[in-house]
Design a protein around this ligand. Structure first.
Ligand code: HEC
Ligand code: HEC
Ligand code: HEC
Ligand code: HEC
Ligand code: HEC
Ligand code: HEC
Ligand code: HEC
Ligand code: HEC
Length: 420
């Protein structure tokens, strides 16, 4: 792949110089010929030559290392694979495992091909009879614990079908191959073979042969992120839980069915439809005023860390600074008069979703959940209790305190925006 991309590039550059004297028509024929070939994935390494800054800064993000080849880099393992420690942790689990603890398969280091993840948790890809699977153990980084992961069915869930569509590039279900072990440039910019092969001077053709998300309407721009930061099922291949065949710029809905739970599927969503699980930011965001106003994922998050300092979750400002970039003036009445500090995220993005443990991922609906939301339906959490931890007893008191403060403000013009 590598050489062919460069090969084309050199060939074309050479042809241009060579044909230079014969007039521009010949160059155009070359370009057209080139564009007639099918567009394919070339890999992020190919983009490096001309977009070094983007490449370099993308390398700083987790997208560049969603999976890591352990055979090439042992340091990718964030934990030691010690069967005694792992089994001891599994024994501590409150739930009953479907396989006795001493029979749960624990891979040897040499058997691990790839690691998946590292920020919250790490999974391990192993090979069995020529097929890649996710081993039935997982390391949770925050709690420093080992937990089980499909201990009974793990070797019936091929990695390529279950995970590769979102954690790697160009997953091909028929050939069981991927084109790149990361969320590479082309995950958001579309296949780049035409763009790479065109001569650098053909700026306008170059622009036309690659997707620049910032030129797409807000909805389509965000669907790119939504193709992985959402849960759903493929409309093209039965049983697959990622949007097979989707490419940036296309309508995600044609490839990915992200069901509305209407408060019924309480496994995945709370009764108010806010999501419970990780990688569902897109679905909660869709419920928000931000979605209506065109404030998209990349209004807040960087994807190539250009011109901004690194932050824990790739936000352009750290913590609540992110909100203050746009909301420079907020009304200091009502809820906003309660605290002497302004932790926007604490109230508007409560940690109610789960990656490795309940309550570590942020809600992306940007709505403050009040004590009364929990009082009305105990299955709905609230923002206040992430800090005011005196559990259920003082929920009513908290709500009363809140009501007392907010009712003081009689002028509620522009304040009583209806919540869905
Ligand atoms: C041979 C050099 C070269 C290579 C390799 C290359 N690009 Fe480009 N790229 C360019 C040039 C030249 C432009 C046009 C610059 C401009 O718009 O001012 C461009 C523009 C872009 C744009 C902006 C398009 C727009 O509409 O504004 C994106 C996005 C992009 N490239 C992504 C990529 C990706 C992804 C790869 C790897 C698959 C890649 N490029 C490989 C030279 C290259
Ligand atoms: C997770 C999605 C994502 C990945 C991965 C990604 N980009 Fe981008 N890229 C974007 C978005 C979104 C924009 C629009 C501008 C912005 O928001 O930064 C963009 C803009 C660009 C542009 C246009 C110039 C600019 O900065 O606006 C270039 C060139 C580019 N990306 C190259 C790359 C290259 C090269 C890689 C891989 C090394 C890459 N991108 C990886 C999402 C991505
Ligand atoms: C091809 C799938 C894919 C696409 C497209 C994608 N992401 Fe991601 N994203 C991932 C995966 C997988 C991870 C987890 C990486 C890891 O930790 O191993 C991730 C991680 C992240 C993180 C860091 C999360 C953390 O825990 O710190 C942010 C922020 C993020 N993505 C934002 C975006 C935005 C914004 C876009 C759209 C411009 C986008 N992503 C597009 C798959 C994707
Ligand atoms: C629909 C897309 C999608 C599918 C399918 C998917 N993931 Fe993810 N996964 C993500 C995204 C996006 C993130 C990062 C954002 C988040 O966690 O909220 C992520 C995060 C993770 C993390 C945490 C990364 C870290 O740095 O801590 C692990 C581990 C993980 N996934 C494992 C898996 C495994 C194993 C499978 C297959 C059984 C799988 N995922 C299938 C999209 C997906
Ligand atoms: C209005 C700003 C804003 C928008 C829009 C936004 N995010 Fe976030 N996101 C944040 C903040 C703030 C955090 C938490 C940062 C912190 O606590 O420092 C976060 C956290 C995350 C994380 C880390 C895991 C988690 O859920 O806690 C991921 C992944 C993520 N966002 C992806 C996305 C995606 C994908 C979109 C678009 C669908 C999006 N975000 C839209 C501000 C935003
Ligand atoms: C890129 C600019 C931008 C950023 C960054 C941003 N917002 Fe907003 N926000 C808006 C716009 C625009 C609106 C809609 C107009 C309005 O109500 O001011 C809005 C509306 C809101 C609303 C009102 C919702 C409603 O239904 O009335 C809340 C709450 C909110 N934002 C919270 C936040 C929080 C919390 C953050 C930080 C995580 C944040 N915003 C970051 C631009 C932004
Ligand atoms: C104590 C929890 C809490 C904190 C902290 C908080 N908010 Fe709010 N915010 C609320 C509640 C509750 C509402 C709904 C108010 C109402 O309409 O009664 C709200 C409403 C809003 C609105 C829409 C109405 C308006 O006043 O324009 C915006 C925008 C907003 N908040 C942004 C922010 C930003 C930015 C920060 C950080 C500087 C922040 N909030 C901090 C609880 C909080
Ligand atoms: C980020 C953590 C955090 C969140 C989220 C939070 N609080 Fe607080 N709250 C505090 C702290 C710390 C104090 C005491 C210091 C102060 O007043 O600033 C406090 C004080 C208060 C007080 C003053 C009376 C008292 O008990 O001392 C009220 C009332 C209150 N909070 C209500 C709420 C409500 C209602 C919510 C949810 C909408 C909420 N808080 C969310 C941390 C938080």
């Amino acid at each position: 792949m590598k050489t062919s991309g460069w090969g084309k590039f050199i060939f074309i550059t050479f042809s241009i110089f060579w044909l230079g004297g014969c007039g521009s028509n010949d160059t155009q024929v070359n370009i057209q010929e080139l564009l007639a070939k099918p567009m394919t994935y070339v890999g992020s390494e190919e983009c490096k030559f001309c977009h070094l800054e983007h490449y370099d800064s993308w390398k700083n993000t987790l997208h560049s290392r969603t999976i890591t080849d352990v055979t090439e880099n042992r340091d990718a393992l964030i934990a030691e694979i010690d069967p005694d420690v792992i089994r001891a942790d599994l024994k501590l689990l409150k739930k009953e495992l479907k396989v006795p603890v001493d029979q749960v398969y624990i891979p040897k280091v040499e058997e691990i091909k790839y690691t998946i993840g590292m920020q919250w948790k790490q999974g391990f890809v192993v090979e069995k009879n020529g097929v890649l699977y996710v081993a039935p153990i997982q390391y949770n980084a925050k709690t420093d614990h080992w937990v089980n992961y499909n201990e009974d069915t793990w070797d019936k869930r091929p990695w390529i079908e279950y995970c590769a569509g979102c954690h790697a590039m160009g997953a091909d279900l028929e050939k069981s191959t991927i084109s790149e072990p990361s969320v590479g440039c082309e995950a958001c910019h579309g296949p780049g073979s035409h763009h790479v092969a065109l001569p650098e001077t053909a700026i306008f053709d170059k622009r036309l042969t690659i997707v620049n998300p910032s030129r797409l309407p807000a909805g389509f721009r965000t669907q790119i992120c939504g193709s992985c930061h959402a849960s759903g099922t493929s409309t093209k291949v039965k049983g697959i839980k990622w949007p097979v065949g989707y490419q940036p710029g296309r309508a995600l809905g044609l490839y990915f069915k992200t069901p509305s739970y209407d408060g019924k599927n309480l496994k995945e969503a709370y009764a108010n439809d806010f999501r419970k699980g990780h990688h569902q930011q897109y679905l909660s965001w869709k419920l928000s005023t931000h979605a209506n106003e065109g404030v998209t994922c990349t209004s807040c998050h960087y994807v190539h860390q250009l011109g901004v300092p690194p932050t824990q979750f790739q936000t352009k400002g750290s913590g609540s600074q992110q909100c203050l970039m746009c909301h420079q003036v907020i009304n200091q009445k009502m809820a906003h008069s309660i605290h002497s500090f302004a932790n926007c995220i604490g109230c508007h993005m409560p940690r109610i979703a789960k990656s490795d443990e309940s309550g570590d991922n942020h809600s992306h609906a940007f709505v403050t959940l009040l004590p009364k939301d929990t009082l009305q339906n105990p299955k709905v959490p609230n923002s206040c209790q992430t800090c005011h931890k005196h559990k259920d007893a003082d929920l009513a008191t908290l709500q009363n305190l809140y009501d007392g403060l907010t009712q003081k403000s009689l002028f509620r013009v522009h304040q009583s925006r209806q919540r869905w």
